[in-house]
Design a protein. Structure first.
Length: 399
């Protein structure tokens, strides 16, 4: 399928505005990274605690942020998960020895701000053992016959009911527990006396130590460098070494601009963003190889014109493929960015930026490098063919 047929756009004649934009974006991004001391890393690379908190109503993000900042030092980030009444609370931890303390402080801060003040057990933030212990004596006083094994089974059944859909961790009305096997009206009355349904529930807590984060950063850098090196070798073997150098420079250009924009917009880089960057490395490289392959075919066909005109012809011949592939992929990435929520924001942002930058770098960065090297090589060959003239007045040697 071709959208454009027999086009003859002068792409390379318009290369300087695009090269100028690339230089500006690269410079601004590097300055931003230098001023901020490097990229802003997420918990995966920096170490810290990430807590998934589900609320019974729309989460008050500003109140959550204010409550945590009272007791917890360092940077705190509260991100709302759209459509799920859930927030992701992350905090930076510098010392592995304080990780568990930090976790308890986060839970306590949320409990102080949103928890029940009556002293009853929060049913949405308790375990089976704590629930069984809380109900044991009140059930005995209420003359409800129940062995310890039965009490443990009852507590587990209540929490299983709480964690199943559609409640997913939040019981808003204790009367709903009447649907749990074993919860008789007498048992339900005891539960109402001893427990309360909290307005929030801590669904999951993820903790990454600073040393693990540093190791992940080091490994991520090696992964990117190995990927670039392997692609350089592959393209140099398939084409010529200058093709590999041009492709790697273009991909490196895409990666620097994307990371620079992350720094400018103060977005954290985590493992999902790294996955997006590696995806873009392969995507941009593939787009560049398509253009290079057409250039090689046209060289073998001995098309007329200069090398610059041949490269421009090759770009026009692959234009439909570029628009179809990049355009459809960009639409998918935009949908993720606009509707994917906060969790996918960094991943989709990297895809959107990388697809746009990677597409034009194949045309306006990698291709001009080939032309520059071709012109430079031709000038060197021509100068090498010129034989230096003999100096005047030189004596002839006779035998």
């Amino acid at each position: 399928m071709e959208i454009f047929k027999a086009t003859n756009f002068d792409f390379l004649g318009k290369k300087w505005p695009f090269i100028g934009v690339s230089l500006v974006l690269t410079t601004v991004g590097i300055i931003s990274l230098w001023m901020k001391g490097g990229p802003k890393y997420g918990i995966d690379f920096n170490g810290g605690a990430l807590m998934h908190v589900k609320f019974a109503h729309q989460p008050p993000t500003e109140k959550i942020r204010a409550a945590l900042r009272k007791d917890i030092k360092g940077e705190i980030d509260v991100q709302e998960v759209s459509g799920q009444q859930e927030v992701l609370v992350s905090t930076e931890v510098k010392d592995e020895r304080t990780l568990n303390v930090e976790r308890q402080e986060m839970i306590q801060a949320l409990t102080d701000a949103f928890g029940d003040k009556t002293g009853k057990l929060d049913l949405n933030n308790t375990g089976a053992a704590a629930l069984a212990d809380r109900l044991r004596e009140p059930l005995q006083r209420a003359a409800v016959p129940m062995s310890d094994d039965q009490l443990q089974a009852l507590a587990k059944a209540i929490l299983a009911f709480r964690d199943s859909a559609p409640r997913s961790g939040i019981i808003q009305n204790l009367d709903h527990l009447s649907a749990v096997p074993g919860v008789t009206p007498q048992v339900l009355n005891v539960i109402k006396q001893e427990c309360v349904p909290g307005v929030f529930a801590i669904r999951q807590v993820e903790i990454v130590g600073p040393r693990i984060g540093a190791d992940l950063r080091h490994q991520a850098l090696l992964v990117v460098l190995y990927a670039l090196a392997a692609m350089l070798v592959y393209i140099a073997f398939r084409f010529e070494w200058i093709y590999g150098v041009a492709a790697v420079i273009a991909v490196f250009h895409d990666t620097i601009i994307t990371i620079g924009l992350f720094s400018l917009f103060n977005k954290p880089i985590d493992l999902t963003v790294l996955a997006a960057l590696l995806t873009l490395v392969g995507y941009s490289m593939n787009d560049t190889i398509v253009v290079f392959d057409r250039i090689r075919e046209n060289i073998h066909l001995q098309k007329r014109g200069t090398f610059s005109e041949l490269v421009n012809l090759s770009i026009n011949q692959t234009l439909s493929r570029t628009i179809l592939t990049s355009g459809l992929t960009l639409l998918t990435a935009l949908a993720l960015f606009l509707f994917g929520g906060q969790v996918l924001n960094g991943f989709s942002f990297a895809l959107v930026v990388g697809i746009i930058v990677g597409t034009y770098s194949s045309i306006f960065i990698a291709s001009p490098i080939l032309i520059f090297w071709k012109d430079f090589s031709d000038r060197r060959r021509k100068s090498a063919r010129v034989t230096p003239a003999a100096p005047r007045g030189a004596a002839k040697v006779t035998k």
